[in-house]
Ligand binder design. Structure first.
Ligand code: FES
Length: 581
């Protein structure tokens, strides 16, 4: 610990023009909470947490916070918890992503403004961990991540249930008329049966795993079930680690290097993880002055096998990954593809962690590199005149027979248009068509919701169709699956070509060539572009106004322009403008 800088309660004093008075006043008010002078003289570990009555995933946080505090106290510092904005995935309108940057600002500013020497970030639900990491990188105070841990699975008849892949599976059956109202009501009560984050390799599990892969939490920290006593021991260990970090140079920017980012991308691909993680990694990287190049993602994807057999693309659940050996076992299998000398928050390198990991592994869940679940990575970026800045396909969740397709577009101009017409018996659509949703990207009124999982039109679902190509500038839940092209950039609302597609146009998708082409002449596209009506003027105030002024596109992680270091923001802006021309 450094002795020359103010520590603990004396850090960053409130300015009254008299530093001694400020310190005296602060100690006096802190004393009102019952702290002794001895405690107030200790260094402080902040615990930034996102517990909320609107966040089911975080309902066990009081117990976890107590365990973190125990670890901090045992290591000789004073723990002080503080709440930040919480983002409970299903409780936010129009979509939680809209508020991720707001939460990141809350975390950054409260970490910087309040007196603490290091911070434990306690989150879990999809957007909370990215927001905490983005804020922590920008604040660059020593920080360590603790996550909620995954929910345990429930049961319905002979079925094992986990939110939320099974939510979608049963809803699809209900839409197709294969289960009735009573059964879907019964299932509703059983899908999310414990505290913790969604039970499959959705966005929350993916981001927890990548946080461990990047070295921002101790080994095994990602997958321990929320309700396990091991999760409490991990919380205690995290508290101790946060004390060890005080005064060290292991700040988020020192840990989140290009090598750490590439390790995270490799693990993401080996997990068959969530498409949302591409956005969040880009945003976290952006805060550190790095970019997530989708061409590089494709290179890594081509050499990285999918090793983990978890839903939504496989068979098992997140709790099974923990008992199978966790992220260290996955990384051991990937060791030839990783930067082993990347340093983690504990001071170990990635190579050290792999060496130290329990050698036992359940091969049903974590496959060997020579017998992978699939030979190449779970995600691939597509480019072309329809997506000059890229689009993402989760190929591990898609139907390979559709990978090389040329088909007719059936276009929905907005989410409202989709809701109105998708189940219309007169909709002119066949299973061979490509459904295109416009105006659901980051710059749209919808603010890039997880609406990219367009429902199969009811008449096709009832005829037994379970998948078809769907594409949009929206996102998809990490727990969803299908041949779904997402994050098409630039989005329709900022002038992207996806907004120029018309019913009956031909679209060509080639996963082999990484191409996504609208087969319409340049002249015709130019005339459609010129004929576009001007964007409606919308009166905005508050955060909504800030969002629409500052939001960047998918390849920049949908961060705000003014939160990214200035040179990186300028480069991203230039790329977006060129692509939208
Ligand atoms: Fe919180 Fe799925 S709703 S992780």
């Amino acid at each position: 610990m450094t002795k020359d800088k103010p520590q603990g309660i004396a850090r960053g004093l409130t300015n009254y023009g008299d530093a001694k008075f400020s310190k005296y006043l602060r100690r006096s008010f802190a004393s009102s909470m019952g702290y002794s002078r001895e405690m107030l003289d200790k260094p402080i570990v902040g615990i930034a947490h996102s517990a909320s009555g609107f966040n089911n995933c975080h309902r066990h946080f009081p117990e976890l916070i107590e365990a973190v505090k125990r670890g901090v106290l045992a290591a000789g510092a004073l723990p002080i918890e503080f709440p930040t904005i919480s983002l409970g995935e299903v409780f936010l309108s129009p979509t939680s992503l809209k508020f991720r940057n707001l939460m990141s600002m809350d975390v950054e500013e409260m970490v910087r403004a309040q007196p603490m020497d290091s911070v434990v970030l306690l989150g879990g639900c999809d957007k909370t961990v990215p927001a905490q990491l983005m804020g922590a990188v920008s604040a660059d105070l020593p920080a360590v991540q603790l996550v909620a841990g995954p929910m345990s699975t429930g049961r319905h008849k002979e079925h094992r249930l986990g939110a939320c892949t099974d939510c979608r599976r049963f809803w699809q059956q209900y839409r197709a008329g294969r289960i009735d109202d009573q059964e879907i009501d019964t299932i509703e009560q059983k899908l999310a049966s414990t505290a913790g984050t969604c039970a499959v390799m959705g966005t929350a599990s993916t981001m927890a795993s990548l946080t461990e892969a990047m070295g921002m939490m101790p080994a095994m920290g990602a997958a321990i079930p929320a309700v396990s006593a091991d999760r409490l021991r991990m919380a205690e260990a995290t508290g101790k680690l946060a004390v060890d970090l005080i005064g060290s140079d292991r700040t988020p920017k020192a840990i989140l290097t290009r090598e750490a980012l590439e390790n995270a991308v490799t693990v993401l691909l080996a997990l068959g993880g969530s498409t949302n993680a591409v956005l969040h990694l880009a945003a976290i990287a952006g805060r550190a002055g790095l970019s997530l190049d989708l061409h590089r993602l494709n290179e890594i994807s081509d050499r990285t096998p999918v090793l983990v057999d978890l839903k939504p693309t496989g068979s098992f659940y997140m709790e099974d990954l923990h008992y199978a050996g966790g992220i260290p076992a996955v990384m051991r299998e990937l060791r030839d593809l990783l930067h082993l000398d990347a340093v983690t928050i504990t001071g170990e390198t990635v190579g050290d962690r792999i060496e130290a990991a329990d050698p036992w592994v359940d091969r049903n869940v974590i496959h060997e590199g020579r017998a992978p679940v699939r030979a190449n990575g779970g995600l691939v970026a597509l480019y072309g005149n329809l997506a000059p800045n890229g689009a993402i396909l989760k190929r591990s969740a898609a139907d390979e027979t559709l990978f090389e397709s040329e088909a007719r577009a059936v276009v929905f101009s907005s989410l409202a248009d989709l809701a109105e017409r998708i189940d219309d018996p007169d909709l002119d659509v066949t299973a061979d068509d490509i459904l295109v949703l416009q105006n659901a990207g980051p710059a749209s009124e919808a603010s890039m919701p997880e609406a990219g999982y367009l429902p199969i039109p009811k008449k096709l679902a009832q005829a037994g169709v379970t998948d078809m190509i769907r594409m949009s500038d929206a996102r998809m839940s990490g727990t969803a699956y299908g041949t779904i092209v997402l994050h098409v950039s630039p989005d329709a609302a900022s002038g992207g070509a996806i907004g120029l597609v018309r019913d009956g146009d031909r679209i060509r998708m080639s996963v082999a060539e990484r191409r996504l082409e609208l087969l319409v002449s340049e002249e015709e596209l130019a005339s459609r572009r010129a004929a576009r009506p001007p964007a409606p003027q919308v009166e905005r105030r508050g955060y909504d106004r800030l969002y629409h002024q500052e939001i960047l596109q998918a390849e920049a992680g949908c961060d705000f322009r003014f939160l990214v270091p200035a040179p990186a923001a300028a480069a991203l802006e230039k790329d977006c403008l060129n692509a939208a021309e």
